[in-house]
Write a protein that binds this ligand. Structure first.
Ligand SMILES: [Fe+2]
Length: 640
């Protein structure tokens, strides 16, 4: 008895010494869910001291009447800490780390369970109802599916947190519960080290990870410390992915690529980073085997994801970089011949979303005869994309680049297959209900800025469009606000309250012809801002007779260094300003105007337009008061 008391006392002392001042000193990595199936799930957590854990679980929060005992929980330690038994050692976790991996089995399908982690009679997880999991529905069962996809997020930045919080707020407001979380890679910048995983992934997403399984794809930043070939590294320590077809599909034998079923959907995760992507290599062979095994009677939807997207012109160029080119030329033909519906990627720090397309495997990518539907796929816009029921070969794919989860954004150009190219932080929400797949891009402020649907309710014979709609600079357009238009302007760092609103009284502001600035002799209205102030505010109204007819509205702007644009009082485009607005704007990037007008697609915000008078407000920011030049020269045009 005395011995037990002393042991317990020593444990408490060691715990106190190792993790001082933490409210939940018990966990150095809070509990999170992994690898769910119809009848099992994994629960993983870490401590910095030995504990003898028991997992209690049950279908009622008040009655956790089932137990996962200590002998069903795998304990992993670092090589240095002398791991024992069959458990593989942790690659580079801090000294004295204990990683516990509880496999909870014998569960009922599609059932919500609450859980708690105990040490003896001491409950380590709070009793607040948020610690729960839901098993997968039976493969083939009709059931709605709701998932969150995000990429290139693991910076630890406020933007990463805002994107996550926007998803939480949206789900709360609409009473939605995630069934799963897809991460398309780059979750632990800069090099996927164990502490980077802890700070930039586990701590930020903790409220989601405790009750939602994250099904990951490895990014290149994780690839600095984790290797796909060996399955060793902090990435492989963090995740438990199926290698033997545990959650459906064929055995891959590797955690690096795998598949899983959820109701009537099949999900495929590939490693685009550090494995052979050729058609004869092991990954492509497994992919063919997996697709051949996919039951057409039980599967209506096929979704695939990996880090390097087949089509992008964001911060990476899919026409120039090997991983993108090989995934497009070697992997996409296999997936499209199996009827893939949606392909998600990241790596490129932008949101891009394609038209309904098929067979675009060439380099450089061309769109002629590769597009089945060049509309926006919005049920309330051009109409939903149509495909035949079930998984039929080559009926069209939508490609999404969702690499805008936290890292700095960039656009190099426009891929000809993309319907949307939006430089805004955010994430992707996918909702499958019966014969309809609905997707939304939710930005970091909680606004939906893109939405489309795929509907599979009748047989469709797709036909190829010889000259589909093309993104990028409109070939023909009409100025709504021309280059030499007169604007109201206010020069100086401070903007009055509500200055972006349509009804704001700007009669005391000056009138000036665009553009505005100093230096480089490219400005019509010269400003005395050098060494005095760094911001200028512009307002202008324009009239529309039928805003619903505006199917293509563009901002053409020459700027140096940064700007935020508001349409009828709502912020819609932000370029080069990290945070805040007007005098509170911070993180101003440097950008040369070079006498050229860059194009920004305003079409996704067309719903903000009104019949009659509309108001554009723009704030321009200079990188520093000492800067040698500044330019703010906006135009608005309508493509024809
Ligand atoms: Fe990346």
């Amino acid at each position: 008895m005395l011995f037990r008391f002393v042991t317990r006392l020593l444990f408490v002392i060691s715990l106190t010494c190792l993790a001082p001042g933490l409210a939940h000193a018990e966990f150095s990595r809070a509990p999170y869910l992994q690898l769910a199936t119809e009848n099992s799930i994994h629960l993983v957590w870490r401590t910095q001291a030995a504990i003898k854990p028991v997992v209690h679980f049950g279908t009622s929060q008040e009655n956790l009447n089932q137990i996962c005992r200590e002998d069903q929980i795998l304990v992993r330690r670092t090589q240095k800490d002398k791991h024992s038994g069959k458990a593989p050692p942790l690659h580079s976790a801090p000294d004295n780390t204990f990683q516990f991996e509880a496999q909870i089995t014998g569960l009922k399908a599609d059932t919500l369970y609450h859980y708690a982690i105990y040490e003896g009679t001491t409950r380590l997880t709070p009793d607040d109802g948020s610690y729960h999991f839901r098993t997968h529905p039976e493969h083939g069962k009709k059931r709605d599916i709701y998932l969150w996809a995000v990429g290139d997020s693991g910076t630890g930045s406020q933007m990463q947190k805002d994107v996550h919080q926007a998803m939480i707020n949206y789900n709360k407001k609409h009473n939605l519960t995630l069934d799963m979380y897809l991460h398309v890679g780059d979750m632990a910048y800069g090099s996927g080290k164990d502490p980077e995983f802890q700070a930039n992934f586990f701590e930020i997403y903790e409220p989601t990870l405790r009750n939602t399984v994250c099904w990951p794809a490895m990014g290149n930043h994780e690839g600095y410390t984790s290797k796909g070939k060996t399955g060793i590294g902090p990435y492989y320590d963090a995740y438990i992915s199926p290698t033997r077809g545990e959650a459906g599909g064929a055995s891959s034998g590797k955690e690096s690529y795998y598949s899983y079923d959820y109701g009537r959907a099949h999900f495929i995760v590939l490693n685009s980073h550090d494995l052979d992507r050729s058609p004869s290599a092991a990954m492509a062979q497994w992919l063919r085997e997996d697709l051949a095994k996919t039951s057409p009677e039980k599967t209506d939807w096929l979704i695939a994801y990996w880090h390097h997207p087949p089509y992008t012109k964001g911060s990476h160029d899919s026409d120039k970089e090997k991983q993108h080119i090989e995934m497009r030329t070697h992997i996409m033909p296999i997936l499209e011949s199996a009827g893939v519906d949606l392909v998600l990627g990241g790596h490129s720090h932008i949101y891009e979303r394609s038209m309904l397309m098929d067979g675009a495997y060439d380099t450089p990518t061309t769109a002629e005869n590769k597009i089945f539907d060049d509309g926006d796929g919005d049920a309330k816009g051009d109409g939903s994309y149509q495909k035949s029921p079930g998984l039929k070969p080559n009926q069209g794919t939508i490609q999404i680049v969702t690499g805008h989860g936290g890292q700095g954004l960039r656009r190099k150009g426009y891929s000809p297959v993309m319907k949307r190219s939006i430089l805004q932080h955010g994430s992707t929400l996918v909702h499958i209900s019966g014969d309809t797949l609905n997707t939304k891009m939710l930005n970091y402020r909680g606004e939906i800025v893109d939405t489309f649907q795929i509907v599979k309710n009748q047989a469709v014979t797709p036909s190829r469009i010889a000259k589909p709609w093309q993104p990028g600079r409109p070939s023909k357009g009409k100025y709504i606000i021309p280059k030499k238009a007169e604007w109201r302007y206010l020069a100086g760092n401070f903007a009055p309250k509500d200055w972006t609103r349509p009804g704001f009284d700007d009669s005391t502001w000056k009138n000036g012809k665009a553009g505005f600035g100093y230096g480089d002799a490219d400005d019509t209205t010269e400003l005395d801002m050098q060494n005095k102030y760094t911001s200028v505010y512009l307002r202008k109204t324009f009239k529309l007779q039928q805003p619903t007819d505006v199917n293509h509205l563009w901002l053409g702007i020459s700027y140096d260094d940064a700007f935020i644009l508001y349409l009828n009082g709502k912020e819609v485009i932000r370029n080069g300003v990290t945070k805040g607005q007007s005098e509170n704007a911070t993180g101003i990037a440097q950008h040369e105007a070079n006498n050229s007008f860059e194009m920004f697609d305003l079409t996704p915000y067309a719903k903000l337009l009104k019949t009659g008078t509309n108001t554009i407000a723009i704030e321009g920011h200079n990188h520093a008061p000492t800067s040698s030049d500044f330019t703010l020269h906006p135009t608005i045009l309508r493509a024809q």
